[in-house]
Design a protein around this ligand. Sequence first.
Ligand SMILES: Cc1cc2nc3c(=O)[nH]c(=O)nc-3n(C[C@H](O)[C@H](O)[C@H](O)COP(=O)(O)OP(=O)(O)OC[C@H]3O[C@@H](n4cnc5c(N)ncnc54)[C@H](O)[C@@H]3O)c2cc1C
Length: 401
Amino acid sequence: MTVDAVVVGAGLAGLACAQDLVAGGLRVLVLEGSDRVGGRMRTDLVHGFRLDRGFQVFNTSYPQVRRRMTLRALRLHPFTPGFLVAGPDGRGLFADPTRRPRDAAGLRQLASARDLAALGLLGARDAALPAALLRRAGEAPTYAALRSAGISAHGVETLLRPFLAGVFLEDGLETSGRFFHLVWRSLLRGSLCLPQTGIGAVPEQLAAGLPVRPECPVAELTGDGVLLADGGEVAAPAVVVATDPATAAQLLPGLAVPPMRAVSTLYHAAARPPLAEPTLVVDRDGPVLNTVVLSQVAPGLSGDGRALVSTSVLGTEVDEPAVRARLGELYGCDPGGWEHLATYRIPAALPAMPVPLLLSRTTRFGPGRYVCGDHRATGSVQGALASGARAAREVLADLGR
Ligand SMILES: Cc1cc2nc3c(=O)[nH]c(=O)nc-3n(C[C@H](O)[C@H](O)[C@H](O)COP(=O)(O)OP(=O)(O)OC[C@H]3O[C@@H](n4cnc5c(N)ncnc54)[C@H](O)[C@@H]3O)c2cc1C
């Protein structure tokens, strides 16, 4: 079989690339190794419950999302803007006071007036400046960027570290400050939501109408295309490797890939929701990174009317009884009767993004060979889609389209 371009991998990057190549008039084939599209963004049906493969949120302000997705078709359900910080003195809501003016007073219990003023300035700047300026700003690790914005060490510790650890999947805040500012901007400008049927609805919408062949792993790249694991071959003048970074490095020897950050997500079913609001709770002191009653966000995620609780911890070592005990403290309830539905351990969830971070890299690897994915941009939906879009632009330019 011969096509103009083969895309290896049907995660977000591969799907975005394929969309743009098809729109550019190429004959395209997407080869996906697993049974379904989505890569790291998939939802499983477990005893009627819809469980995402790791807790994820969907941000409506990402430019690539706005460009490609029909948001209404996803039937999005929003989280409460902001998050609850759980510490030794109980829980307090940290929210943008311009969105939730009635909660502004509560902010003063969470942080000093000086820290709140510094955060307000930082937020106003990030929300107002064009993204292109933030992308070119000087680079420092997030911790240093927050401190130089005037936020005290105590403010970082008690307010921002607990939340950002769940975004970066590392709690040293070594992640690029540029990435932090872009994420902060997107949080201030957009809404955090979940599709009614789980996060997997996002790649499923992207894949609609695309020529995707599942259960078709690529074993290696050949002189004129790809060799499939079943021995078949597909010829193409352009091959785009859009796999996870480790597989990309196998298919393209010599490709440098970043180390990956790990996370685990546990799902429990509870007879009653331990929190009435669809609000993310971040843990200042315990083994828990964050937890949320997902069925309060999107009721359809629960299979039988019980509350679906999602809880994440850093790394892949999970002590379920310790997590359950901490959930009792965080929610102020007895979780002894909760059913443990599943634990997802994800050793390669996000690429590490230390400084200096290149926010977008060429996808050209060699003649007729391209590589895209979040590891070539930023570890996010926006990064994966933008990298796929860049691969398509470079393929189309090289093929003279
Ligand atoms: C737990 C978790 C939480 C996250 N939370 C957020 C969040 O809240 N917000 C956000 O913006 N981002 C989040 N992300 C990041 C986001 O999901 C990823 O950046 C994005 O999905 C990566 O897409 P990708 O296409 O680059 O790679 P992948 O999703 O890894 O896709 C690669 C594809 O290649 C396929 N493949 C691999 N090998 C082969 C082969 N040999 N042949 C054919 N196919 C192959 C795989 O099966 C897969 O489908 C999260 C990620 C995880 C894991």
